[in-house]
Design a protein. Sequence first.
Length: 282
Amino acid sequence: MIRGLPPHMMATRRCLVMGVVNVTPDSFSDGGAFFDPDAAIGHGMALMHDGADIVDVGGESTRPGAHRVSAEEEARRVLPVVQALAAAGAVVSVDTMRAGVAAEALEAGAAMVNDVSGGLADPAMAGVVRDAGVPFVAMHWRGHSDHMQDLAVYDDVVADVVAELRTGLDRLVGGGVDVEQVVLDPGLGFAKTGSHNWQLLAHLDALQAIGRPLLVGASRKGFLGALLADPAGEPRPLDGRDAATAAVTALAAWSGVWAVRVHEVRASLDTVRVVAAVGGHR
C-alpha cells in the first residue's frame, strides 16, 4: 500500500507504467525534443492517451556528466507542464531533487514526488513530502551526475544498494515521513556500471525484501545499448532500445515490481497486461 495515490492505483493487480516527460534541452533519451512547454504538454498528453498510469515531469537532466540548472530555471520548465497535465486528469509525478520545486509542483497539481537523490540533495525535501502526505520515490543515489560514475564502487552491489536504501528509508521515517508514502528505486545507471545494473535486475527479490514498493527505471539506458551493440561494438541507438526496455518491464512485472518508468508507454503497458494475465492463472 502506498499512501496518497488514487484508489484505482492502490487496488491495481498489475505493475504500473510511468511515462517520462523531460522538459530539458539535454536529456540523454530525447535530446531536448520536449524542451518547449507546449511540446512537453503535448507529449504528456500523448503518454496519457497511450495509457500511462503516471506521467513523470522533470526539468533537470540527470544523465551521466550533466551539470545542474538553477532552481528558478527548473521551476520555469516544469510548473506549466505539471499544471496543464494535472488539469487534463493525469496523475503527475514531479521529478526533482529540490524541495522548493517539489512544493511548487505539488501546489500546481502534482500528486507525487520522484527524487533521484532520495532526499539527500536537499535536506528540506523530507519536510515537504511529510507535510504534503504524498507518495515519494526515493532512489539509491551516491552523488550528482557530474561525478556519480566515479562512485560506482561496491563490495557487493546488491547487498550495498539494499543497505543504503534501508538507511535512506530510516532517515526519511526519522524525518517524519510516513513509511507508507515511500517507494524505493535501485537507481539503475546512477553510480552503477552495466554489470551492476544487471546484478540488481537479477536480484529484485533482495530489494523487495526491504518491504517497500519498487520503481524500476531501465528505459533506453546505456547498459541496454551496450547489450545490443552491433558487430563493430557500437551501442544500439536510443530509438532502438524500446524492445529491450519492454523485456526489462516483463522481468520487473513478473517479479512484482510496483511500477516501471519508461519513455515509450504502449509496449510496456501491453507487457504488464500480459504478465498480469499469466499471473492471474497461476
